[in-house]
Design a protein around this ligand. Structure first.
Ligand SMILES: Nc1ncnc2c1ncn2[C@@H]1O[C@H](COP(=O)(O)OP(=O)(O)OP(=O)(O)O)[C@@H](O)[C@H]1O
Ligand SMILES: [Mg+2]
Length: 594
């Protein structure tokens, strides 16, 4: 299971290192960005020298010619600086965007391969947050904070070196002053950052609130819940406002303090250094350059303290993303898969199958199940709720592996077949048909992307879906809304059936919906299903009389076991459980049929 507490825990910067793996393909850009970075830092540092020359040789010496020369030099340096900054900014931001895009793709690709059980123990909301928020953090860090940090380390070291070299006395004063200057900045900065995180969280909770209310708008309005919602939403908004204002107040303090301290210490330095200038120990240019470097040293420390928090956040984000990337799939292709015969007929053999869900290791969901399903046969599964019917279908799709026993498709154990290879021959219509936020065409060809328009139309005709699809406002181009909300339950089912027909599978797995459909759409769905079941192996979890009557064989399941096997007529006599189920479930239909 993913460690959700890691958000708070992991602050170690070394956790950030795995992210560098994603930088490796872009060595040359990194090298170029590095050169630009070192160059701009060098130029920034040399500006102080330019300043010194300008003052000492231009103003103090009173030479107009020297002034022009130094100014020209200054212009060259500034141009170089602008050029280098452009390159550095562009390349480094490019890297940030690229790495986060690569990471998103890598994580998503990996997630798609993971065994379905993974998503039972890990909430999809948490995973989504990792893919969006954590990659964004890395984008900021790689695309800016990291280079800001490097640049400021260079500026700091260069600045300090120059300071010591020219004026150790003043430097000592500066070194004592720097911590005094930087510490309030660090303290306030940290407070601002913490508050800005709280205010982001508050804004996020505002978003979540809106999302939930709007998604369930019919319940909200139907229950007259608007006023309550309005009130509690306004509490959310106000507390986001309060958090924002607190942050802004701290930030305003921060700005004021920085101004006061920085300009105050510049004044201090000018006073101390000014005495030296008056005494002739130091030239005015040297003093100016000195102030310049002192400012560089102080500001680089300020920047470093800012970005260290970013780097820590990135360490946490990397750790969480790597955790996702390193999650191992429990359902994988065999190393050397066996191949299916060229003509797949759709036979299934289930031998002594035992299975427990990973989250319930000591209760069997399936026990000693043996079934032999001949090509073309229709096998119905019936049994009380919780008997293990859906579980059996999930094992047939190899969403899980059996604990004991085996499933053979065309005589080959599923575990020896490549997943895509055998799933290509299977179509699955779940109890709750799954539609995607797309139009009818896209939903139809979901499992058969290269299907032609004619094939799709034929499939909808077979599924009794053509008529209602044609009547949609934009026909087959109609957008179906999130999870197909713009269709009725029965329509959704028929669309799902058309999708399965289009795949023309050798093995059809059907979980009949229990939801009550009206008689007419029930008949339509039923007809479509019967057509779909012809000429292919079908395993259907049956809730309807028509389905069990048409089945070649019925397996009665109870508490994970197959307790009886036979046709409808045989079972009515031989299995008390079946006759009771039939009595309860099919009575109404039987009465209607009679
Ligand atoms: N993902 C899961 N994790 C743990 N236990 C599960 C999971 N899915 C199902 N179970 C349990 O396994 C048993 C069999 O469930 P299954 O869904 O196969 O029943 P079913 O026969 O399809 O029932 P129904 O007719 O209500 O759909 C149940 O006891 C159920 O609680
Ligand atoms: Mg079920």
């Amino acid at each position: 299971m993913l460690d959700t507490s890691s958000r708070a825990k992991s602050k170690q910067l070394s956790n950030f290192l795995p992210a560098f793996r994603f930088l490796r393909p872009y060595k040359w850009r990194i090298l170029l960005a590095g050169i630009a970075l070192v160059t701009t830092a060098g130029v920034s540092l040399s500006l102080g020298q330019g300043l010194r020359l300008l003052i000492d040789q231009g103003f103090v010496a009173g030479s107009s010619e020297a002034l022009t020369q130094t100014l020209l030099l200054f212009l060259v340096l500034v141009t170089l600086l602008a050029l280098g900054t452009f390159l550095r900014f562009y390349l480094v931001s490019w890297l940030g965007e690229r790495v986060s895009a690569d990471l998103r793709k890598a994580v998503f690709r990996h997630l798609l391969q993971l065994h379905p059980g993974f998503f039972e123990t890990n909430l999809s909301g948490e995973i989504q947050a990792r893919i969006t928020a954590d990659t964004t953090v890395l984008q900021t860090v790689i695309g800016s904070s990291l280079s800001v940090a490097l640049r400021n380390v260079l500026l700091f070291l260069g600045g300090i070196a120059w300071l010591f070299w020219t004026n150790p006395k003043l430097t000592s004063i500066v070194l004592i002053a720097v911590p005094l200057l930087v510490s309030p900045v660090v303290i306030f900065g940290r407070r601002v950052r913490r508050l800005s995180r709280t205010s982001q969280d508050k804004v996020a909770s505002v978003g979540a609130y809106v999302g939930e209310a709007l998604q369930h708008i019919k319940i909200v309005q139907g229950m007259n819940h608007q006023q309550v919602d309005e009130k509690s939403f306004s509490q959310h908004v106000e507390s986001a406002f309060d958090a924002g204002i607190q942050r802004i107040r701290q930030r305003a303090f921060l700005i004021a303090i920085v101004m006061l301290l920085v300009l105050g210490s510049v004044g201090g330095m000018l006073w101390v250094g000014g005495q030296d200038v008056l005494a002739g120990r130091v030239t005015p240019g040297e003093l100016a350059a000195f102030v310049f470097y002192a400012l560089i040293v102080a500001s680089s420390l300020g920047f470093l303290s800012e970005v260290i928090g970013d780097l820590q956040r990135a360490a946490g984000a990397t750790e969480r993303l790597m955790e996702l990337l390193e999650a191992k799939s429990e359902i994988t292709d065999p190393i050397s898969p066996q191949s299916l015969p060229s003509l797949v007929r759709g036979s299934l053999e289930i031998n002594d199958l035992h299975f427990c869900y990973p989250s319930r290791p000591d209760s069997f969901a399936l026990q000693a199940v043996n079934l032999n399903i001949e090509p073309g046969m229709t096998m119905a599964l019936v049994g009380p709720s919780g008997a293990g019917k859906s579980t059996l279908l999930e094992l047939l799709l190899r969403f899980y592996d059996p604990l004991q026993g085996s499933i053979h498709f065309e005589g080959i154990d599923l575990r020896y077949l490549a997943l895509q290879e055998f799933r290509r021959h299977i179509a699955f219509v779940p109890q709750q048909p799954t539609l995607f936020s797309a139009n009818v065409w896209e939903n139809l060809c979901y499992g058969q992307p290269d299907a032609s328009k004619e094939e799709m139309l034929a499939a909808t005709r077979d599924a009794n879906a053509e008529e209602f699809l044609d009547k949609l406002p934009q026909g087959f181009d109609s957008f179906l809304g999130e999870q197909g909300v713009r269709l009725s339950g029965g329509q959704r089912q028929r669309l799902a059936i058309a999708r399965a027909i289009l795949r023309d599978p050798k093995l059809l797995l059907l979980d009949e919906a229990t939801s009550a459909l009206d008689a007419e759409s029930e008949r339509m769905v039923q007809e479509a299903l019967l057509r779909l079941m012809q000429e292919r192996t079908t395993i259907v979890i049956a809730h309807r009389l028509a389905t069990v009557i048409h089945a070649d064989q019925i397996a009665v399941m109870d508490q994970g076991r197959v307790v009886a096997l036979g046709t409808h007529q045989q079972l009515l006599h031989s299995s008390p459980l079946y006759s009771r189920l039939a009595e309860l479930q099919f009575r109404q239909e039987a009465v209607q049929a009679a």
